[in-house]
Design a binder for this molecule. Structure first.
Ligand code: CA
Length: 725
């Protein structure tokens, strides 16, 4: 017995010693900090001596990427180790589901003390942290408010980056439990737009000229026409007050955008305003005098904007770098450094004038890449540069493995520990050959279209669903991505290979665009129709819904006379939108189309555009239809659903699209439950006896004629009657 107790004690001592070795993790994170503005990544525009200390004493990752190049989604990927379509935070404005498994929660449960200080930007309150103090939304540079753990807001005097540094130091020095290993997330607002430097950095670049990127005057030739539709160019979307830092009315609306003032200025003390004005006024007056005298060409005006933008942006980074230095100094002075992993990263990269842009979002290198510098004493030697393809979904599993915590199966990222553990930080055997990227914020700020793609070591493939376009870039011959090679015959084998890899990587991560809500709000008519349908729904008194695409939409065209006769008196609402796929229907049903109504029945026919636009696999489309049925069940469970098989298309039975639709129908037929959901495949109603479609019924072999609508209505009528209509 005594021997047994003794061995237990030894075990406990050993465990204690093991636990004591678990490293602390200090994760220093910034917002929109591009690699081009970090010394260790070869910056030609500024110097970052403190961030560079991590490079000399640790590793720099050359091929580090985000999964979705925008603030909130990148943070959600980091916390969960999962891509956006899995963690549910697709676009800014979403609300992060804090009930999910995150690495801070798992580390906390394993005995780590956890803290989150600074920019959070996930709408819901942080979970999994013993301590947090966060900026509301984007936060402010000058005299910022911070949300406290009790929900109250506290306004601080001072500069945001310095305050976050103060809080991080104070937490490490005074607030944490010194007996526990800890993880500290120190997350800056800087250098996010609108780039307001601290007083001490206002004149940092005075009199200097920042070098211009080669693609500052990009005309977007040789790539998708969607690039030209961007609203993030220095030329056309640089705001007079907000970005250019002028006071008063926009005097040159042909060169500067109007409407957003410089909100930072209004938060400043009189002394701060005086320092600000003393810096900007002389330059602004000189510029306006030159403009008034007509001395500046369009190119010179753009160059002036670039200099203004960059000096402000880089000024913000200087305070970040200084505060990184304070934290590193403290770790070294306190003796913590030896057992503390320090990481410097940013939620995505940023355009520093490349392609004429500021901002991020696109899958081009400058905003796809994320800085990643890591110091891990005793594991990583100094001065290492890694070429391994890594991504922000890898951080969570990495932290877990560092702490000896098992990595949940559901995490999609891979632990970097095997990369970090070899002397060159080289990709170990079996490491990934491609990263997956997806951007979901259609028709939003800066008008960058939804797109996704993969990047391998040399090539990058993007897909734009709005125009069904591929873009292929050869990063070796065209590192600035000025020409898509997707139509070049010399690249046909590469294109085919990349497309296959793209499909496989999507399948590996479980990406199915048919179930991911998507708006077409960038198309005026679509947004107008969405609004009009929502208005009709708000009036209530709806008994019958038709949900679908152009074929349903056509009840207002070729089908109008039949509609009036069959449904005119039956409180029916047409929710058919030409060109919609399942993902658009999912968006509409969750954005007002079902608000407050309890229809007796809903007729659903959707999916032929998932086939027609993308030839999407039947199981993916069927999952989209399944999601639509779930939404109806969640929001209006008593509504009976008449689910229709996707109508046949194409002339004959061997039409590829028709065969794909048949595959969808095989799968969705199973949703019939004998109660709430009825399923009907009306295909033969429209076909000739030999299986062909006649132009009399389907003039374009896809949409119905008036006679076709007559057949549709007649075939459904008995079922609708049974459903109480
Ligand atoms: Ca950001």
């Amino acid at each position: 017995m005594r021997k047994f107790l003794w061995s237990l004690l030894l075990l406990a001592v050993a465990w204690e010693a093991e636990a004591a070795k678990r490293p602390n993790i200090v994760f220093i994170f910034s917002d929109d900090h591009a690699l081009q503005a970090i010394g260790a990544y070869g910056s030609v525009v500024n110097q970052t001596p403190n961030i560079d200390r991590l490079a000399t004493s640790g590793a720099v990752f050359e091929n580090s990427f985000c999964a979705n190049s925008i603030c909130g989604p990148s943070r959600a990927c980091i916390l969960t180790g999962k891509h956006s379509h899995v963690n549910g935070f697709l676009r800014n404005g979403n609300r992060f589901d804090g009930g999910q498994v995150t690495f801070p929660k798992l580390l906390q449960a394993a005995g780590y003390e956890t803290a989150m200080i600074g920019k959070w930007h996930l709408e819901t309150e942080p979970t999994g942290f013993d301590y947090w103090e966060i900026l509301p939304g984007q936060g402010s540079y000058y005299n910022p408010d911070f949300i406290q753990m009790d929900g109250s807001r506290k306004r601080y005097s001072g500069y945001c980056t310095d305050l976050i540094g103060d809080m991080a130091l104070h937490w490490m020095q005074e607030q944490r439990d010194p007996d526990k290993p800890f993880v500290l997330m120190c997350q800056n607002k800087a250098p996010h737009r609108n780039w307001a430097p601290a007083e001490r950095h206002l004149d940092l670049f005075k009199g200097k000229t920042i070098p211009e990127p080669a693609s500052l005057f990009d005309d977007y030739a040789g790539r998708s026409g969607l690039l030209k539709e961007n609203e993030m160019s220095l030329r056309n979307h640089f705001y007079w007050g907000h970005d250019a830092k002028f006071h008063g009315d926009n005097l040159y609306p042909e060169y500067f955008a109007s409407g957003i003032p410089n909100g930072e200025y209004s938060r400043m003390t009189p002394e701060q305003k005086a320092a600000w004005d003393a810096h900007y006024r002389p330059e602004n007056q000189a510029f306006l005098a030159a403009m008034d005298a007509g001395e500046l060409s369009e190119e010179e005006i753009l160059r002036w904007k670039y200099q203004r933008y960059m000096k402000d942006y880089l000024g913000c980074i200087q305070a970040v770098d200084e505060n990184v230095g304070r934290i590193l100094d403290y770790l070294e002075e306190s003796g913590l450094a030896e057992n503390t992993v320090v990481i410097y990263s940013s939620d995505q990269g940023f355009y520093l004038g490349e392609h004429g842009w500021y901002d991020k979002r696109w899958m081009f290198e400058e905003s796809l890449r994320m800085p990643f510098l890591i110091r891990w004493p005793g594991v990583i030697e100094g001065g290492v540069r890694s070429e391994a393809l890594i991504q922000n979904i890898d951080y969570a599993p990495t932290f877990l493995e560092m702490a000896g915590v098992p990595i949940p199966e559901a995490i999609q990222g891979r632990s970097l520990v095997p990369v970090l553990a070899n002397a060159e930080c080289a990709a170990p055997m079996g490491w990934r050959d491609a990263i997956y990227y997806a951007y979901y914020e259609n028709a939003a700020v800066h008008n960058v279209p939804v797109h996704d793609g993969i990047r391998m070591d040399r090539y990058k493939l993007m897909f734009f669903p709005r125009t069904h376009e591929w873009q292929l870039f050869d990063l070796e011959t065209d590192p600035q991505e000025m020409r898509s090679m997707h139509e070049d015959p010399a690249y046909s084998a590469v294109l085919r290979g990349m497309q296959q890899r793209y499909r496989d990587v999507r399948r590996y991560y479980g990406v199915n665009s048919a179930v991911i809500p998507a708006t077409r709000g960038e198309e005026g008519w679509w947004a107008d129709r969405q609004r009009a349908v929502n208005e009709r729904v708000r009036e209530g008194d709806v008994d019958l819904l038709f949900i679908g695409d152009s074929i349903t939409h056509g009840w207002e065209g070729a089908g109008k006379e039949v509609w009036d006769r069959f449904y005119g008196e039956r409180k029916a609402v047409n929710q058919g939108f030409g060109g919609d796929r399942t993902e658009h229907v999912i968006w509409r049903l969750t954005h007002g189309h079902l608000a407050g109504i309890k229809p007796k029945a809903a007729v659903i026919m959707i999916g032929t555009n998932n086939t027609g636009h993308l030839m999407q696999a039947p199981e993916e489309v069927a999952a989209g239809v399944g999601r639509i049925l779930e939404i109806l069940e969640e929001r209006t469970p008593q509504t009976k659903v008449l689910l229709l098989g996707v109508f046949p298309r194409g002339e004959g039975r061997w039409d590829q699209g028709r065969i794909n639709n048949q595959g969808i129908n095989d799968l969705i037929a199973h949703h019939a439950d004998g109660e709430r959901v009825r399923y009907m495949d009306l295909g033969t109603v429209f076909m000739e006896p030999d299986g062909s479609l006649s132009r009399e019924i389907m003039p374009d072999l896809l949409h119905l004629s008036p006679a076709g609508y007559e057949r549709w209505a007649t075939a459904m009528e008995p079922v609708l009657k049974e459903m109480g209509l």
